[in-house]
Unconditional design. Structure first.
Length: 424
């Protein structure tokens, strides 16, 4: 009897130990899965998935955002794990094909509003983390996204296969030759997940990006997007690393503040990245070499400031500047660091096309609220206050004052931008 009790106690002890071990192993598995989902959420932020696949009045990632393109209006899709209207029925292989090749689970082609030419560079590990996140970390939504209905011939999705053959590639990421680990990480984020080239690289006649990595001088050389001149990122010669990090993290720095599409990018994506990745991005951009810059003219800058201070014999543009702009940007045109962007030497001011500057002047702009810079700094729009001739005169002064040397603006250009804003 005593032997039986001893054996029973021993068996119970072993069973208890095995149970504890199993529970511990299960706990470790759950912890690992939670960490993988968290990593996937971070990657989704880095890839700016939220900005395109979410819109006001709908649940996150349920799609419905109207994306204007040269082909027509494309609506983003529901990418929640709903099995009917989302991607809940996708296998991981199908998910990877959509990301890297622009091919849906049913075999049809996506339009390149989805930046699959850039996402082709994603590693298998990052694709897996993203898949796990979207399948297990995102709340399903059965809201159907509006259908994209383009006119002929753009509604023939099979034609995108030919476009992919001619203009896209599904080659994996190749690190810049001779780059250190930080620059390599920055290149992976910029060229791949961040798909910065989608906006900052010029496009060809077929709306194709002309380059996909830093080995090509056209990559990140600037472009045009929905009436905005998109500045080049190669080198960002006048910005320090801290300037680049601040801009991506807060939407403002000592040189500029965000406007246009970049406001959404900072709010939904780059402001959520950690310091190491932001510094890696800055290191990569600066490694690309200095972009050509126009030599500054200090004497002209001081002459403009002195002339505005004296406030005598002013042109219409100068008078409008003093009345509407000088309180924030000051007579020297340098603004206030991290508060009001500088106008002297600003890329948006000196762009070949004045459209982006006119857009901001007419519609205004505001910085996003981010963790590091929660306050929103708005600039009012002057569309209701100034007529086309006045806006043209003011823009002409700003583009030629201080050390700026951009072309004059006429009322017709203002009228065009005003009409585009009315359409929106």
């Amino acid at each position: 009897m005593k032997l039986f009790k001893t054996l029973t106690a021993a068996i119970m002890t072993v069973a208890a130990g095995m149970g504890m071990a199993a529970a511990h192993a299960q706990g470790q598995t759950q912890d690992a899965q939670a960490a993988l989902i968290q990593h996937g959420a971070y990657l989704a932020r880095a890839g700016d998935c939220m900005a395109c696949h979410s819109t006001t009045g709908r649940k996150p990632y349920s799609g419905g955002l109207a994306i204007k393109s040269g082909l027509g209006t494309i609506y983003s899709t529901n990418i929640t794990p709903d099995t009917r209207n989302g991607i809940g029925h996708y296998t991981e292989a199908q998910f990877a094909n959509a990301l890297r090749k622009g091919i849906r689970a049913d075999g049809t082609n996506l339009y390149p509003a989805m930046p699959y030419p850039s996402y082709a560079k994603l590693t298998d590990a990052d694709v897996h983390a993203l898949y796990v996140y979207f399948m297990q970390g995102v709340t399903p939504s059965d809201e159907p996204a509006p259908l994209t209905k383009l006119s002929f011939p753009f509604n023939q999705r099979w034609g995108m296969g030919l476009w992919n053959w001619a203009f896209s590639s599904d080659k994996p990421f190749v690190a810049p030759e001779g780059a250190n680990a930080e620059v390599q990480r920055g290149a992976y984020l910029v060229e791949g997940l961040g798909h910065c080239g989608s906006c900052h690289t010029p496009r060809g006649i077929a709306m194709n990006e002309k380059a996909f990595d830093g080995s090509d001088a056209r990559y990140l050389a600037g472009g045009s997007l929905n009436g905005w001149n998109v500045p080049p990122l190669r080198g960002i010669a006048k910005w320090s690393r801290a300037d680049i990090v601040d801009y991506l993290q807060m939407g403002r720095n000592s040189q500029a503040s965000v406007a246009g599409e970049m406001t959404s990018v900072v709010y939904n994506s780059t402001s959520h990245l950690n310091d190491a990745d932001l510094n890696a991005i800055a290191a990569y951009l600066q490694s690309l070499g200095s972009a050509q810059t126009v030599a500054r003219a200090p004497s002209s800058a001081s002459e403009t400031a002195a002339h505005l201070t004296a406030a005598k014999n002013l042109t219409l543009g100068e008078r409008l500047y003093l009345d509407n702009c000088s309180a924030c940007h000051f007579v020297h045109g340098n603004g206030a660091p991290r508060v009001f962007p500088r106008l002297d030497g600003a890329s948006i001011v000196n762009a070949s096309s004045p459209d982006a500057l006119l857009h901001v002047m007419l519609a205004g702009a505001k910085t996003p609220s981010t963790a590091k810079a929660p306050s929103v700094l708005p600039m009012p729009g002057f569309a209701a206050r100034l007529n086309d001739d006045e806006v043209a005169a003011l823009a002409t002064f700003v583009r030629s004052g201080w050390s700026n040397r951009a072309a004059a603006v006429d009322a017709g250009e203002v009228r065009k931008v005003r009409a585009a804003l009315a359409d929106q």
